[in-house]
Ligand binder design. Structure first.
Ligand code: FAD
Length: 301
């Protein structure tokens, strides 16, 4: 069964991990993966390097562990701005040899001083290439409920998404966001644009203040006042901040699942204890939704 077919049957719950740092054994991530496996995710995706300039071996090795030791579908991220066709082929051939046929096709972030390769200038170029040359792969792409930071307008942002979906993206995974209303408005824009592929909502629980501030600054994701207040209030109490962050993520997920979201993609930051708490608090909600008619997107205001 292709990964995308899962969305027909249930509200998908997936996880994201990053590979261990360079020069650290890939096995060091096994305890994390094994704890994450206890919550039976529908798939686990593995990031590839900041800016996507890393070679990708670590990503493939971790994806291999997920797919072939845990027997959970693995999705490998492939940022393509700095890769040529041979390098992309090498990654895809290795993935296929490891029995992994799911990728998240990305452009990656521009890195100061580095010239793009020019082969895959936008994620849609990579999606089209994989769709043509590796038709057995299930291809996901990224989307941005609060508009990608380089997009000159909301319309340009949706046009970029339209290109990815027309090129063959089977489903979309969203950037993190802290205000569900932005996600619902985004769903409306997708519906108006006739984009009907499943869209997973990306949820990042707060694990520490500095990390959230770094990620939101880098990705241009706005922090609502309510969320900032939480960060400030518990800045000196990491345990309380972690609990508040988990509670916030749970509230977001309960609302999204109740409104019929296609799936939740949890950015775990390799912290299984947080993912476990969130899953424990929401699993009955996911299970209750598995029998629901998942036909049309319901627009909410
Ligand atoms: P694109 O879809 O190419 O979009 C980039 C910009 O170009 C957008 O503003 C878009 O509107 C515009 N655009 C698209 N097509 C066209 C066109 N034909 N003409 C003009 N403009 C166009 N980065 C990593 O390095 N490694 C990772 O593992 C990673 N994982 C991620 C996972 C998720 C779920 C998300 C949401 C992001 C991830 N990123 C990762 C970050 C991502 O690479 C950056 O957000 C990057 O800036 C954009 O990538 P994209 O694939 O969305 O690019």
């Amino acid at each position: 069964m292709k990964l995308v077919d899962l969305f027909e049957k249930k509200t998908v719950f997936s996880l994201e991990v990053f590979p261990p740092r360079k020069n650290t054994s890939k096995e060091s991530i096994l305890p994390t993966l094994s704890s994450l496996n206890d919550i039976s995710p529908d798939f686990i995706s593995v990031t590839l390097g900041a800016g996507g300039t890393a070679q990708g071996n670590e990503t493939i090795e971790v994806a291999n562990l997920i797919q072939n030791q845990l027997h959970v579908p693995a999705v490998a991220h492939i940022p393509s701005l700095y890769r040529n066709q041979d390098q992309v082929d090498e990654l895809l051939d290795q993935l296929a040899a490891d029995n992994i046929q799911n990728v998240l096709a990305l452009r990656g972030d521009p890195v100061d001083g580095l010239s793009p390769n020019g082969t895959f200038y936008h994620a849609s170029d990579l999606v089209a290439y994989i769709d043509r040359e590796y038709p057995n792969f299930d291809v996901a792409a990224a989307c941005y409920p609060e508009v990608h930071q380089e997009s000159p307008s909301v319309v340009a942002d949706i046009e970029g998404l339209r290109r990815k979906v027309d090129a063959g993206a089977d489903h979309l995974i969203s950037q993190l966001f802290f205000d569900n209303q932005h996600f619902y408005e985004f769903q409306e824009r997708l519906a108006l644009a006739g984009i009907t592929v499943p869209v997973e909502a990306g949820i990042m629980p707060c694990t520490n203040k500095k990390q959230i501030e770094r990620i939101t600054k880098f990705s241009g994701v706005p922090v609502p006042k309510k969320y900032q207040k939480m960060l400030d209030c518990y800045a000196d109490n990491p345990l309380a901040l972690k609990d508040a962050g988990i509670a916030y993520a749970i509230e977001q997920i309960v609302d999204l699942v109740s409104q019929g979201v296609d799936g939740i993609h949890l950015y775990t930051m390799n912290k299984p204890e947080i993912a476990e708490k969130i899953w424990d608090a929401t699993k009955t909600i996911f299970e209750a939704n598995q029998t629901k008619d998942r036909g049309a997107i319901e627009l909410v205001h």
